[in-house]
Design a protein around this ligand. Structure first.
Ligand code: FAD
Length: 295
């Protein structure tokens, strides 16, 4: 199972994709999938409706991964804008498509983390309820989101930790942390979990900021907490694409090395639907899985 593989993993990676909006992106994305599959990610996750993205496309891409590649898909699912019955239908579609593992999320209205959360009248209020629903509908391993700096709506870190533990109590078997460039923030969350007696796997996210456009994406993925030192390092290269790219890769490698040195075994890599940055990190950090056994 996915959770067994996460627990057994030594220096591996997982990778994240988002459903493509047009055919060109879809084709580029699928080439990326084919290049990354031989590196044996522990899973490939597919976002759901993030930033207004397409929901049907998410189920489709996750199912295609299950059908056409040896990579294990992890389908993100959010409670936004759907009743519990509709969510159950999506879960049934996933299982029918061969997708057994789910990242259960509450989501944000219109994908905007600053918008006020309003549950669907017949829907779910929090991610822990979606964890339970997923398990009732045939999901195998369910994961959840964790927030090194606390979720923006949480009054304090203790409350935030209690809710994360509540999601584990509901049956979640691992968590993926919100993207952070300050490794210390991730490690402090790991320490808080350990202090609470929790040994559930927690994956850090890693995103090489290799262009000014990616810096924009970063702002969204970190809930606006991209650190000022990142700007100090990258802003001098705003007019030099090559140098910007190199510096962004250097930052990601420094963070990756630090996480591995701290005993983190699986790094969650954001692909932004392209292969080369992920390939670079996997090669430099030695994250490829064992090759296929001979048939
Ligand atoms: P919850 O766990 O429900 O938490 C939301 C808030 O409620 C927190 O403040 C929490 O402390 C509190 N809370 C939790 N449980 C309870 C409870 N039982 N009682 C009272 N309060 C509670 N969004 C997308 O739209 N699509 C995606 O694909 C996507 N992927 C993501 C992947 C990762 C790794 C991360 C970190 C986030 C992702 N998001 C995605 C964003 C996510 O949906 C938002 O951050 C959302 O605001 C919170 O989701 P959650 O699952 O953590 O919610």
């Amino acid at each position: 199972t996915l959770v067994e593989d996460l627990r057994a993993a030594r220096r591996r990676f997982s990778v994240e994709f988002s459903p493509a909006h047009d055919e060109d992106t879809a084709a580029r994305q699928w080439r990326a999938v084919q290049r990354l599959a031989p590196l044996r990610p522990v899973f490939a996750s597919v976002t759901y409706g993030a930033g207004g993205g397409d929901r049907g496309g998410s189920v489709e891409l996750a199912s295609r991964l299950a059908r056409e590649t040896p990579v294990r898909p992890l389908a993100h699912l959010t409670a936004v804008g759907q009743s519990a019955a509709q969510l159950a239908g999506v879960l049934d579609d996933l299982v029918a498509g061969g997708v057994r593992d789910v990242l259960a999320l509450r989501g944000d209205p219109d994908g905007d983390p600053r918008a006020t959360w309003e549950p669907h009248p017949e829907g779910l209020e929090h991610a822990d309820q979606l964890v339970r629903l997923a398990l009732e509908h045939g999901a195998d391993t369910v994961g959840v989101a964790a927030f090194p700096l606390g979720h923006p709506e949480s009054p304090d870190l203790d409350t935030d930790l209690r809710h994360l533990l509540g999601k584990f109590a509901a049956g979640a078997r691992f968590a993926v942390a919100q993207l952070t460039f300050d490794v210390e923030d991730f490690l402090r969350l790991r320490d808080r979990l350990a202090a609470a007696g929790c040994r559930t796997p927690l994956l850090p996210g890693l995103l090489p900021v290799t262009s000014p456009r990616v810096l924009e994406v970063t702002r969204r993925l970190t809930d606006g907490h991209e650190p000022s030192w990142l700007h100090r390092r990258l802003d001098p290269f705003l007019d030099d694409r090559g140098a910007f790219r190199e510096e962004g890769m250097r930052v990601a490698l420094e963070d990756g090395r630090r996480l591995l040195a701290e005993g983190v075994e699986v790094l969650h890599l954001y692909s932004l639907n392209a292969a080369s940055n992920v390939e670079g990190l996997v090669a430099e950090l030695g994250l490829a899985g064992p090759p296929d056994p001979p048939a």
